[in-house]
Design a protein around this ligand. Structure first.
Ligand code: ANZ
Ligand code: ZN
Length: 843
């Protein structure tokens, strides 16, 4: 048996595969297609363990799919725009492009060193002008359809990254990238109208049966559909009671609580609030609150734990149902951009309103009660507001029955309740309210004030307004002569922005914002189907052939951002007639994290990063791949364990030896199961049983148990090799087992498998052009069956007997198994159910 020299084998096969273009996509329409994709990386340096795990999972899937007869598309590229390149360029006095392409080169080297079966001909980077051109083109197509627009509104500005952020990029109140707390700034920015697709993005989640539930739940929550009503309150004149013509509408999911409104609240950014307090005694307090609120994120503002701050405006609104006035307040727990940006304060039903009312001494009238509450008996027939304050500890969020609520008293209240329906009907009839569906999802803010991104292809002309760059002038290229170190962005680069208006020819100015890098990653999976197309982003034919992606693998951190944006982009392109699919990713696998030995996340700052090279250099890529896939199911986190790597390496070597020994003197040929007996029969049975198990586990993406099945087969083969001399073995069987061990492990340990395929089995071509072996359930059946032995109906023993054992023999074996339990007793009756059980009635 030759020694297993991982480094030599791996170098050899990587070169051969590349020379022979083994992983070039076949584009063979006679085969069914499978598109396997791993989320492409941001090239921030070399690959880390998380990447290695992600790509190993995808590679095992892609290789196995190939062997199962699929035409496989398995591409890779780089999500190459973004702030780290700019920061690195500033720090190291280099260019963002140079830094990025250097990192890409290093990452590609590592990918090749890991033996990933990518079609490298299809590789591209989002910062390649040939790619970003089409992102610009799509932006203009969206603009033509009203799906891209410019608006001025308060946005999240990250003071560290010096750019605005999308709502999705403010995670738990902080910048997703650097962790700073964003400020609110009033800016004119570009948006994509993802809200047009809110309902469909929500509904289609139900179609995604191949997605993890938690990802779908996060998206549902983010889209946040809420059924409720809009209710109009009249603003009262300065006397506080006379209705004026001005109305303030609120959005509420609890119209049933309208009799309990004790105040109304506007957010500090409200123009109306500013107008109403202007020049009054309330203005100074209002301005102080407004300024303080700007520093707080919207997530924190809504958080129930946070102390609420408010000021009275001096004005009142008129409740449309009761006709009674309620004071108008401004408070920081109300958001400008949700619903109508105004809230009817019902402290007895809403905890935030409750806390607010307590703090500022506003009344908490009970208008909904549970039947167990003593208050219910007291108020159940009360239609007028008699009790105007409660002494509760908290609001009553649950369902209950309306009290003190006019003609609606006694109705069941709560979200979607009888009382909600009745009150909304009343409001509609009186023209002061209507049902309303509200989404939490906001339009996608894509402007970034940074250099290293895809320029927004628009020109602003003082006469013609915003004009798109004509198609024949695309792409708008990024200049490469900016002084990033001096803090320059496109806005400081006249050579970039000075231009003429494509419509009227007068001097005009290019938009100097670049697009959020998530726009680039929203359609890259489409480009892989046709990456060299210079007439269009991709041809219809190519996307029709390959889309949707069958298996998408990546990190859970993209549960909302990237996955939601990509779903939106897909639907937009579908509506443009460019593709036919509604959803881009059929099956989604979110791989778990690789943590350090102590269960801590690996990070440069903690200094606990295990680089892939630390395993590949001593053991080789195949050991690394095997260890990564074997230690845990792909979706689970695992703690890095050097012992697991050493164990994987021992197994590879053992399997190597067994394949060599088993194939020696063996011969390819038909195995006739009827002719096998003894050790041969047992090995054949193990082959089929474990082969079926391995195949099924692959289909479920459970590589760790698929590997266990292969290991068991290696064990069985090892025993066979030891027990049966070479000249006594069934030559065809020995050959087949050796061959199948190699094929079953080929998706996981490719170089190892390719070497054995050629050298030990003496085959030519590639193991990846070898069909996946067929296993037979009949042959997997054991000749032994398990029989339960009962004494007076209670199972006392289990015995293994030959499947074709006679009734008499079975009874004898059963009696022997429970000899102790029946000793000294008389056997009255024995029931024998062949293949299942024996019941012995003994007294
Ligand atoms: C009165 C009320 C009574 C409410 C009650 C709740 C309970 P979801 O389910 O998330 O849609 N709300 C409406 N607009 C708001 C804004 N701009 N800022 C902060 N809060 C706002 O929540 C809808 C509820 O959130 C609305 O229903 C409103 O409070 C509040 F017993 O109205 B409710
Ligand atoms: Zn013009």
């Amino acid at each position: 048996v030759p020694a297993y020299d991982a480094q030599a084998i791996e170098t050899k096969w990587q070169k051969t595969w590349e020379d022979e273009e083994l992983y070039k996509t076949d584009e063979d329409p006679s085969k069914p297609k499978k598109y396997v994709l791993e989320m492409f990386p941001y090239p921030s340096g070399d690959l880390h363990m998380g990447h290695a795990r992600n790509y190993t999972i995808g590679d095992a899937m892609a290789r196995q799919a190939r062997m199962r007869g699929y035409d496989v598309l398995h591409p890779m590229g780089f999500d190459a725009f973004g702030l780290p390149a700019e920061n690195a360029a500033i720090k190291h006095h280099t260019q963002a492009a140079k830094w990025t392409y250097q990192n890409i080169a290093q990452a590609v080297k590592t990918m090749k060193r890991m033996g990933f079966s990518y079609d490298y001909d299809r590789m591209f980077n989002t910062c390649d002008p040939e790619y970003y051109k089409w992102g610009q083109w799509m932006f203009i197509e969206m603009w033509k359809r009203g799906l891209a627009y410019r608006a001025t509104s308060p946005v999240n500005w990250c003071p560290t990254c010096k750019t605005v952020l999308a709502n999705e990029q403010v995670v738990e109140g902080r910048c997703w990238r650097c962790g700073s707390i964003p400020e609110k700034r009033e800016l004119s920015q570009w948006y994509l109208k993802i809200t047009d697709y809110a309902q469909e993005l929500l509904d289609d989640l139900d179609k995604l049966t191949g997605w993890p539930e938690n990802v779908k739940a996060q998206q549902r929550n983010w889209i946040g559909r809420s059924e409720g009503a809009e209710i109009d309150f009249r603003l009262a004149a300065e006397d506080g009671v006379t209705p004026t013509d001005r109305t303030i509408s609120v959005f509420t999911t609890r119209a049933d609580t309208i009799f309990g409104v004790s105040f109304m609240v506007l957010p500090p950014e409200s123009d109306l609030a500013a107008e109403l307090v202007k020049g009054t005694q309330y203005e100074a307090d209002y301005l102080r609150l407004k300024e303080a609120t700007e520093k707080v994120s919207s997530v924190d503002r809504q958080g129930s734990a946070r102390e609420k701050h408010g000021v009275f405006t001096g004005r009142y609104v008129i409740n449309p149902v009761t006709g009674k006035p309620a004071p108008l307040w401004v408070a920081d727990y109300v958001l400008l951009d949700y619903g109508t940006g105004a809230v009817m304060g019902v402290p007895c039903g809403d905890q935030r309103d409750f806390d607010f009312a307590r703090k500022y001494g506003l009344p908490i009238p009970p208008i909904i009660c549970q039947k167990e509450d003593p208050l219910y008996d007291e108020l159940k027939d009360e239609r007028e507001l008699r009790v105007t304050n409660v002494d509760w500890d908290q609001a009553m969020a649950a369902e209950g029955y309306l009290v003190q609520s006019g003609q609606f008293t006694g109705m069941k209240g709560g979200k979607h309740s009888e009382a909600v329906d009745a009150i909304v009907a009343w409001l509609e009839e009186h023209g002061c309210g209507r049902t309303k569906v509200q989404f939490r999802l906001r339009d996608w803010l894509i402007s970034r004030q940074r250099y290293w991104g895809n320029p927004i292809p628009m020109i602003h002309c003082d006469c013609c307004g915003d004009v798109p760059v004509p198609e024949d002038q695309l792409p708008v290229r990024l200049p490469d002569n900016l002084d990033l170190g001096a803090g320059d962005t496109l806005a400081e680069c006249p050579e970039f922005y000075e231009t003429t208006c494509p419509k009227c020819g007068k001097p005009a100015k290019r938009i100097t914002d670049t697009m959020d890098t998530f726009t680039c990653s929203s359609w890259y999976y489409l480009r892989y189907t046709d990456p060299h197309n210079d007439k269009a982003p991709f041809s219809k034919e190519a996307v029709d052939r390959w889309m949707p992606v069958d298996n998408y693998i990546g990190g859970i951190e993209h549960a909302i951002l990237h996955l939601l944006y990509s779903r939106f982009w897909t639907k937009v392109l579908r509506d443009m007639g460019m593709i036919d699919v509604d959803e881009p990713f059929t099956n989604l696998l979110c791989q778990g994290m690789v943590k350090d030995e102590n269960g801590d996340t690996m990070s440069k700052s903690k200094g606990n990063v295990v680089p892939p090279s630390s395993v590949i250099d001593p053991y080789g890529a195949d050991t690394m791949r095997l260890a990564i896939l074997f230690v845990a199911p792909p979706e689970k986190d695992f703690d890095w364990d050097p012992e697991a790597v050493a164990g994987a390496n021992r197994f590879i070597k053992r399997a190597w030896r067994v394949v060599w020994l088993l194939s020696h003197g063996a011969k390819r040929g038909e195995v006739d199961p009827a002719k096998l007996s003894g050790a041969d029969a047992e090995l054949n049975r193990a082959l089929h049983e474990l082969g079926i198990k391995c195949t099924n586990d692959f289909d479920r993406g459970q590589f760790n148990t698929a590997i266990s099945a292969s290991m068991e087969l290696v064990n069985a083969a090892s025993k066979y090799v030891n027990d049966v001399p070479e000249d006594k073995r069934d030559a065809a069987l020995a050959w087949r087992v050796a061959h199948d061990i190699v094929t079953m492990l080929a998706p996981i340990c490719p170089h190892w498998a390719e070497e054995l395929f050629h050298e030990a089995l003496g085959l030519t071509g590639s193991v990846y052009n070898e069909p996946w072996p067929k296993f037979d359930a009949e042959q997997a059946k054991s000749d032994l069956v398990e029989i339960a032995v009962q004494v007076k109906g209670k199972v006392r023993a289990r015995i293994q007997v030959a499947a074709d054992v006679s009734k008499e023999e079975l009874e004898a074996a059963a009696r022997e198994a429970v000899a102790e339990q029946i000793a000294g007793k008389t056997v009255k009756k024995v029931v024998v159910v062949p293949g299942r059980l024996v019941n012995i009635v003994a007294i």
